[in-house]
Design a protein around this ligand. Sequence first.
Ligand code: DGL
Length: 270
Amino acid sequence: MAVGVFDSGLGGLTVLDAVTQALPEVPFVYFADSAHAPYGVRDADDVYDLTTRATQRLFDAGCDLVILACNTASAAALRRMQESWVPRDKRVLGVFVPLIEALTERQWGDNSPPREVAVQHVALFATPATVRSRAFQRELAFRAIGVDVEAQACGGLVDAIEEGDMILAEALVRSHVDALKRKMPDPQAAILGCTHYPLMQDIFQDALGPNVAVYSQANLVAAALKDYLKRHPDMMGSGTESGFLTTGKPQKVSHHATQFLRRKIDFEAA
Ligand code: DGL
């Protein structure tokens, strides 16, 4: 049994860490498409092609279930993949829905009509492709009414994090938060809608101030996956080994990953 976790780069490691803690007995195979990151500046066809290629590699590694721990791929490619590409005996799930269910105070799979919720002014920080797709607003509209969302495309931030340039990453977070606050001075909640951004969560919180509730995906996705596997134990694939695959330079990717997660991580070539 093994479950695949995919991201364009290192951001999905924030999700991997949480799912590993929630499900210590499950082997996870992580795929970082580092050679093609960032996805956030690519068009939807390109994101679709790259995401299907990576997902196939995870199927080949013995995973029947693959989590797209990447909002850009979840927003730009997931629906098309589920409609026309995913084989019958496999599943691909995204990271959007658990986050929106938490924000709208819903239990997993509660499909009742949209209703009013506590938060009304929400800031969304995401990649340019995710913001352009409006997938977040669409999913939110299925569940909540009267929520005003202001989206800020955080250009450059994923590149800075992938390169390990945390000084630039911090400067970018602060300037993107300033830009957001010019459009929405008092958000009640902020969504980190890119799995790279929790690596900068303290800076987001500091720039937004203590009164803004910052939502990030890792723990929400872990809880949702645990629940899903309880209901679908057959979706654990045939693979038995955990591992880390990358399309980038394994040594460089391993070095940055080890820095981020503060434990030794060894990537191999995909
Ligand atoms: N971490 C990804 C996301 O959640 C991808 C970012 C990118 O490659 O631009 O959107």
